[in-house]
Every structure is written in C-alpha cells, then in structure tokens.
Ligand binder design. Structure first.
Ligand SMILES: [Zn+2]
Length: 82
C-alpha cells in the first residue's frame, strides 16, 4: 500500500518572483534561469503524479447530503384555524 499525505509547498525564484511555472511553462523562463527551470520541473512532475493517481484510482464522487425539506409554516389565508 502507498500512502501520501497532503503536501503544501511553495517555491519562488528570488530573481523572478512573478514567474508562474503553471501558466508560463518552460517557454516563459528568462535567460535559462536554473531556479525557474527547477520550478517548471517540479510543476510538471506534480501534474504527472496527479494524473497517474487519477488514472490508478479516480476520485470518488462527492456525496452531498440532501437538506431536509423546511416545514410548511405559511398559514393558509382561507383555512379555518382550530
Ligand atoms: Zn528565475
């Protein structure tokens, strides 16, 4: 069995802090910056890993609890109140 816990990770290039590997990809790396290329590689590996996981075991459909019907509180205008 393989278990992978939730991972929250942030990486930023100090020279190009606005670079977003998810949107820009390899083509947006300026001057072959090693740090930015590393971020692209991490991003690509993460996307590949997520695709492999989804292929191995697709996520279970989200179960939504049905809300109970609100009680009918409106008083009928033409009904006799006892
Ligand atoms: Zn950079």
């Amino acid at each position: 069995m393989l278990k992978i816990g939730a991972v929250r990770w942030r990486g930023k290039c100090s020279r190009h802090p606005m670079f977003d590997p998810f949107e820009g990809g390899r083509g947006a790396v300026k001057g072959g910056c090693v740090r930015c290329l590393s971020l692209v590689e991490i991003c690509e590996s993460h996307q590949k890993m997520m695709a492999l996981m989804r292929t191995f075991a697709p996520p279970a459909p989200v179960k939504r609890r049905k809300k109970p019907e609100p009680p009918h509180l409106q008083i009928g205008l033409f009904e006799e109140v006892r």
